[in-house]
Design a protein around this ligand. Sequence first.
Ligand SMILES: [Mn+2]
Length: 326
Amino acid sequence: MIDLIGAPYDLSGPMLGSRIGPWAMRLLGFAQALRDLGLTVNDLGDAFPLSNEVPSRLAKRYAEGISACKALRKSVSTSLKKGNLPVVMGGDHSLAMGTVAGALDVYGDDLAVVWIDAHMDLNTPDTTPSGNMHGMPLAALALLEPGMHYGRAEKWSNALTEAWSEILADVVPRPGLRKSNVAWIGLRDVDEGEVRNQEGMPGSLVLTMQDIDRLTAPGAIKALADWTASTGAKKLWISFDVDALDPIFAPGTGTAVRGGLTYREGHLLAETLHEMGFGENAPFQIVGVDLVEVNPLHDNKGETARVAIEWASSLFGKTIMHTKAV
Ligand SMILES: [Mn+2]
């Protein structure tokens, strides 16, 4: 059974609007699209209330993000313990600190994360160029301590440093996500500090858009399958940021970067992940999914919410000739 969970929070990115992403996906028929595949779908509603406030103080924004992540951690671990498959609709990508934390509560070292995104989201408070927490969730999940890369002292530092300590202490369960158990796909906008942080994560896999161009999509998918086997992990969390897709196909998102996955490259990836992660003979088990950074306020007639629904349908087994999941 699929548990749909809304996560209406968007204060960790530069642009407001993804807090209503879950509602755009609901109104465009996400649950029904999955039911049409023969799946049982339960929409649990939102993990925390949708707010119409826009606090100006950074400390308040971070505090709301932390409480959103705590609520999600609980919703996700509850869903997993029931044997269900949580699909979390964001919201911005900082929410993955909560969703993956919930999966870590249940699976620990057996969990690996496939991060499909234009960005690494691996900044620590000392490397972030923006102070935006949606660029930092993987660093928190891997419990990366701030280093001394830049010694930045911008205005966000104090509030961010405090929020970071709280996240590492209260949101992410020890010992955190194994540093080898992260694969990135679709990268094309990476910060210098993120590259250094990734150097401290041996065994993790980086597939940039250059890699996808050179290997082609099937070659990149083979590299992903080999990496997954190398981690020893059997449970996969798929964290899909719609900005992995080229802005031609997903214009409604906070930090669009051109040069992304084409519509079909994205779908081939979803279709192959389906084969890898579902069914009795599959080598791995997909245990949960994030669909984040759908921003209806910057969208073009609902295209981005629609493409997220279509991508998720492929992940859950829709193919061109067989619309029912197998
Ligand atoms: Mn992201």
